[in-house]
Design a protein around this ligand. Structure first.
Ligand code: NAD
Length: 251
């Protein structure tokens, strides 16, 4: 189904993982894409174009305001508007240190990418969407944005904050044609989850056992929800943190 026909979307952190899967799914649904990342975005754009879609790629570090402004400006210059934005770029930080042992620099870095990056992207995207009368923003939070995760306080704090920003912005723009939602995946089979397993073979079992379905999510399963939230099919949904977790948060 071409739910995004005629629409223009951007995805941050689209060089691999959930970001790339979301960009490819949005393109399959008919959207023209600006895919950005600090690394790998050209390959995602190439895959979209090879499959017959429209895409440009940008190098964009979401911690840099000038990069973020340039990404939104390039999207509008290439395709004339911005209908949907997926704020996906994120880092894990440390997943193996208790709070009192964790590094301050790691905390700052996780907040800089996961929270301030989303904040900065939303400011640029909302300004553009307001000017043209509407849009849909999807922030990639985490199930760790809704429940605690031991030894991951920085990540958990950043993702709870993303859910908070999502809800506040949804209320601010509800009457102005802009919807703002989040998705909250549990462990998903990407480099981020794989690096948590590296050097800790038990971690894979812990992840799978934590999920009632007994397996990790696939990036494509998260991407399906992203497309739905970006599209008009979800036209009465705003301020919603959509849980995609194989049942984890129900335990
Ligand atoms: P990933 O590590 O495979 O991909 C993350 C992407 O973000 C990479 O391409 C990376 O280059 C990019 N990135 C990192 N720092 C950036 C920066 N400063 N500016 C721009 N891009 C940057 O991880 P993923 O699993 O695909 O994660 C995507 C999102 O999903 C993240 O926000 C993550 O927190 C969230 N998430 C992941 C999982 C999981 O288990 N994989 C679960 C819940 C939420």
């Amino acid at each position: 189904m071409r739910q995004m026909e005629g629409k223009v979307a951007l995805v941050t952190g689209a060089g691999r993982g959930i970001g790339r899967a979301s960009a490819l799914a949005l393109a399959r649904a008919g959207a023209a894409l600006c895919v950005s990342d600090i690394d790998g975005a050209e390959e995602t754009a190439r895959q979209i174009i090879d499959a017959g879609g429209k895409a440009i790629s940008m190098t964009c570090d979401v911690t840099k305001a000038a990069d973020v402004s340039a990404m939104v400006a390039a999207t509008v210059e290439a395709f004339g508007k911005l209908d949907a934005a997926v704020n996906n770029a994120g880092i894990a930080g440390s997943f193996d240190q208790r709070l009192h042992e964790a590094d301050d620099a790691m905390f700052e870095r996780v907040l800089a990418v996961n929270l301030r990056g989303v904040w900065r992207c939303m400011k640029a995207e909302l300004a553009e969407m307001l000017e043209r009368g509407g849009g849909s923003i999807v922030n990639i939070a985490s199930v760790a944005g809704l429940i605690g995760a031991p030894k991951a306080a920085a990540y958990t704090a950043s993702k709870h904050a993303v859910v908070g920003i999502t809800k506040s912005a949804a209320l601010e723009y509800a009457k102005l044609g802009i919807r703002v939602n989040a998705v909250c995946p549990a462990y998903t089979d990407t480099d981020m989850a794989r690096s948590a397993v590296q050097g800790n073979p038990l971690m894979a079992q812990i992840m799978e056992r934590a999920i009632p379905m007994g397996r990790l999510g696939q990036p494509e399963e998260i991407a399906e929800a992203v497309v739905w939230l970006c599209s008009d099919a979800s036209s009465f949904v705003t301020g919603h943190p959509l849980v995609l977790d194989g049942g984890l948060a129900a335990t």
